[in-house]
Design a protein around this ligand. Structure first.
Ligand code: QAP
Ligand code: CO
Length: 167
């Protein structure tokens, strides 16, 4: 397994729209294993392929305390249900920043497993928020897009400065 490089905001590659997965082969399995390892190492609770510069519709999520209940979702489709739900969000591509975002509290998920078989389930609370956040990445969307322009600009400038220091 290997750790993957995570793109950081405002990298324009984070704006790429991901394409559906058609091939359920060994390279897909390897990619999802590397994504999980990268997410656990960070540590994070969710990661989309977009963030590691792979523009295919793949997300991994694990909100468990024990870090052993991963969801691997291929070509996920969401139906949003229920009431607006406010939660503090962060993102591995926006390190050091957490802001409140309003999502819907419950979702119905229809996706594929890495072998191409179907998985359908409902999620609520943090799991639902995290899956919505990761699916946004596949559309080139980031949680900072829900903030005011003022807040987003402040985050963008601080991250650019940080990236120059680290370069
Ligand atoms: C998305 O984000 C999420 O800033 C997953 O310095 C997060 O795993 C959805 C992380 C919260 C809903 C609620 C962020 C790690 C991890 C940072 C993450 C950081 C180190 C973010
Ligand atoms: Co994110």
């Amino acid at each position: 397994m290997s750790l993957l490089n995570i793109l950081q905001y405002p990298d324009p590659r984070l704006r790429t729209e991901a394409k559906p997965v058609f091939e359920f082969d060994a390279s897909l399995k390897k990619l999802t294993e590397d994504m999980l390892e990268t997410m656990y190492d960070a540590p994070g609770i969710g990661l989309a392929a977009t963030q590691v510069n792979v523009h295919q519709r793949i997300i991994v999520v694990d909100i468990s305390e024990t870090r052993d209940k991963p969801y691997i979702l291929i070509n996920p489709k969401l139906t949003l249900i229920g009431e607006p739900f406010e939660a503090e969000e962060g993102c591995l591509s926006v390190p050091g920043f957490y802001e409140t975002v309003t999502r819907l509290e419950q979702i119905s998920v229809s996706a594929l497993h890495i072998d191409g078989s179907a998985q359908d389930f409902e999620a609520e609370g943090l799991l639902a928020v995290c899956i919505q956040h990761e699916c946004d990445h596949l559309e080139g969307k980031l949680f900072v897009d829900y903030l005011s322009g003022l807040k987003r600009n402040r985050i963008r400038k601080k991250l650019i400065k940080q990236q120059k220091l680290n370069a």
